[in-house]
Write a protein that binds this ligand. Structure first.
Ligand code: ZN
Length: 161
C-alpha cells in the first residue's frame, strides 16, 4: 500500500515544544528582520518569499510564504499565488542544482488539525528527498538542529536562486 508521507507535520510538534519564538507571527517578522542571510531568507518576490525551515526534516527543507499575513488558502489573492508559484519553481530548481535530490515533497498544512504549526500564515513546505532517507529520518527528527547547519545549507542554496 502506498502511504502518504507528510514530513512537514513535524513543524507542529516542534513549535509546540520549542518555546523560543518571540511574540507575534514568525512569517510576518522574518522579512522585516533586516538581514535576510541571518534569518535564512533565500529569495524574495514582489509578494512572497522563500525561507529555510528552522527545523528541517531534510537538509534544504524550505518554505514559500506570502508577505501578507493570511491563513486561508481561499483568501490568498491570485497575484500572491502566482508569485508563490514562481518562487516554488525557483526553489525546486535551486535545490536540484545545489543538492540533486531524487524527489520532493511539496505540501501545505491548512489548520492545526492538519498539522500546521503556524496556521494563521499559510506556507508551502518543500522537502527534498533522497532514496532511503526515511531510514535516518526518525533519528534526525529527534535531533536538535544547530544554526550552523542551517548556515551551511543556506550558503549552498543561495547562489542558485
Ligand atoms: Zn503572519
Amino acid at each position: 500500500m502506498e502511504r502518504l508521507w507528510t514530513p512537514w507535520r513535524m513543524e507542529y510538534i516542534r513549535s509546540a515544544t520549542v518555546a523560543e519564538e518571540d511574540e507575534g507571527c514568525v512569517l510576518c517578522r522574518l522579512p522585516g528582520a533586516g538581514d535576510d542571510a541571518r534569518v535564512w531568507i533565500l529569495a524574495r518576490g514582489a509578494l512572497a518569499y522563500v525561507v529555510l525551515n528552522k527545523y528541517p526534516y531534510n537538509p534544504g527543507h524550505l518554505m514559500v510564504a506570502p508577505f501578507r499575513h493570511v491563513g486561508a488558502l481561499e483568501d490568498v489573492r491570485a497575484d500572491e499565488l502566482a508569485d508563490m508559484g514562481e518562487l516554488l519553481q525557483r526553489a525546486i530548481a535551486a535545490l536540484r542544482a545545489a543538492s540533486d535530490p531524487h524527489g520532493f515533497n511539496v505540501g501545505m498544512n491548512l489548520g492545526r488539525a492538519a498539522g500546521a504549526g503556524m496556521p494563521d500564515h499559510l506556507h508551502w513546505h518543500v522537502v527534498p528527498r533522497w532514496g532511503g532517507d526515511t531510514n535516518f529520518m526518525p533519528v534526525l527528527g529527534e535531533t536538535r538542529v544547530l544554526p550552523e547547519l542551517l548556515d551551511e545549507t543556506y550558503a549552498k542554496l543561495a547562489p542558485h536562486f
